[in-house]
Design a protein around this ligand. Structure first.
Ligand code: SAH
Length: 468
């Protein structure tokens, strides 16, 4: 029997959720912080529950052949990447495995063939958006502490350490975005500190600098800097504008979003455009999309294109098809498939996203899309179907929580011949598919890696209506 504080030697069996790994000891599951399958380790049990225990690695006795050297000096401290120390091939296989297990454990589907995960064209420098936080509480890395340099502990801009709401790593290096993003982060940090602009204090709700968001158009080269502050200060913004224009001619637009509320979110009540158009553009396939400061846009542009290609192929769309694109966001999937079908009806909760979708369709000369704003729970009614027609294909791409069971039931009643479920959460996807198993059979399961070095996985499942 295991007890808290026990130390033992074992070999790690496989990856588990949230960047952990696991192994079984006498049939009892042990979750281990950050191990890699194949590692031989000495562990210490940190927590014991009735059905499982948690442990941390005390010593790596024999590293797994799946290990590789992480590229970033913050790896292990920063919460952004959990798998930089794992070969990319092994990351892909772990994601495939994750999807398979979700289908078994949350869907009750056994023996479904899951295709190999589609690799991302770029595994570093792939992110088109980074959201950095400011804090008065800097998290010092072990190297920073060891350096014995005088360090400013009361100013940090970077990423949060995992499970810590207050502390931020003063990040000088990051390999997920394009290099311009990190150059901006570092130059702006120096500028803000020289100007004595105060970072936001999360505990007292005072200070000025809250978030720094950098968005890049992977295929257009456009760059947006959005500084989120607690108030609008015209003098400071004039100084920032002069600095950015002089030092970074690559930046195509600078905006300042105001968030006066205590909530730590990188959006706010008002957005001031300091120069440029206040939006950037990016391209997916032949289509150009306008991206507003707060708009959702897939963060890995090149791989988003492949995700949409997979979606279109698995939907087996035909020129005469009527397609519903549910949870359509700014209409990217709708527009991507529109030239291949008769008509697309997109539904989306956020009204501004629907406006973007309409503008995107118009700008790309796509005449055969209709976008409807509303909650699917209320919108997807028999009346809606009478108005827009019975779909041949439904594509759904819900947020992490998956679909409301009532929406799943409505889809089952509508019974389009083909259904494609795009998801960023294999567990809720499997749970929703379980509700459809009497009506649909799974034809293909294709994980797509949009987020290399993180444990996030996107998955496209193609379904076909069973014979009634
Ligand atoms: N398919 C899009 C966006 C998917 S993100 C793309 O690839 O870009 C999921 C979207 O579902 C978000 O835009 C969110 O606003 C929307 N959403 C969430 N709950 C909803 C609901 N109940 N009804 C309609 N849309 C919803």
């Amino acid at each position: 029997m295991l007890h808290q504080g026990d130390e033992l030697e074992l070999r790690i069996e496989k990856f588990a959720d949230r960047g952990k790994s696991l192994t079984r000891v006498d049939g009892y599951v042990l979750f281990i912080e950050s191990g890699v399958p194949g590692d031989r380790v000495r562990i210490c049990v940190t927590k014991r529950k009735a059905s499982y225990a948690e442990a941390r690695i005390v010593q790596l006795l024999e590293p797994s052949p799946l290990r590789t050297a992480p590229r970033c000096r913050y790896f292990g401290t920063c919460g952004g990447c959990k798998w930089q120390h794992v070969h990319y091939e092994a990351q892909l296989e772990a994601k495939r495995q994750r999807v398979y297990e979700a289908l078994v454990h949350h869907g009750g589907f056994d023996g479904v063939a899951v295709r190999p995960t589609l690799p991302s064209p770029r595994i570093y420098g792939y992110r088109n958006k980074m959201e950095f936080s400011f804090s008065t509480e800097r998290w010092l890395t072990p190297e920073e502490i060891a350096s014995q340099q005088p360090l400013d502990r009361h100013f940090a801009v970077g990423l949060h350490v995992p499970n810590n709401f207050y502390k931020v790593i003063d990040l000088e290096e990051c390999h997920l975005p394009e290099p311009i993003t990190v150059r901006l982060l570092n130059a702006l940090r120096t500028f803000f500190k020289e100007q004595h602009w105060e970072p936001w204090d999360i505990r007292r709700h005072t200070g000025y600098l809250r978030h720094l968001v950098v968005r890049t158009g992977t295929r257009t080269g456009e760059v947006m800097v959005n500084l989120i502050t607690s108030r609008y200060d015209t003098v400071r913004m004039a100084e920032l504008k002069a600095f950015v224009q002089q030092r970074f001619p690559e930046v195509t637009t600078l905006v300042n979003t105001i968030n006066t509320s205590p909530a730590q979110v990188a959006y706010g009540e008002a957005t001031h455009i300091l120069f440029g158009p206040g939006v950037i553009h990016d391209k997916i396939g032949p289509f150009q999309f306008e991206i507003a400061p707060e708009a959702f846009f897939q963060t890995n542009t090149e791989q988003a294109e492949r995700l949409y290609e997979v979606t279109r192929e698995l939907a087996e769309v035909k020129p005469e098809d009527l397609v519903y694109d549910l949870y359509c966001g700014t209409g990217t999937i709708s527009i991507f498939i529109a030239p291949h079908v008769r008509h697309v009806v997109g539904v989306e909760l956020v009204a501004s996203a629907v406006e973007n979708a309409r503008a995107n369709a118009a700008a790309n000369h796509i005449p055969n899309c209709t976008f409807v704003a509303g909650d699917l729970l209320q919108v997807l009614t028999p009346e809606f179907v009478r108005m827009h027609g019975r779909p041949d294909v439904i594509i759904v791409d819900p947020p992490r929580g998956g679909m409301h069971p009532q929406v799943v039931r409505r889809i089952a009643q509508l019974r389009p011949e083909r259904l494609v479920y795009v998801s960023c959460n294999p567990q809720t996807q499997a749970r929703d598919l379980k509700l459809l198993r009497e009506h649909y059979r799974i034809e293909a399961v294709q994980p797509v890696d949009l987020f290399p070095h993180t444990d996030h996985v996107e998955c496209v499942v193609a379904l076909r209506a069973c014979q009634a």
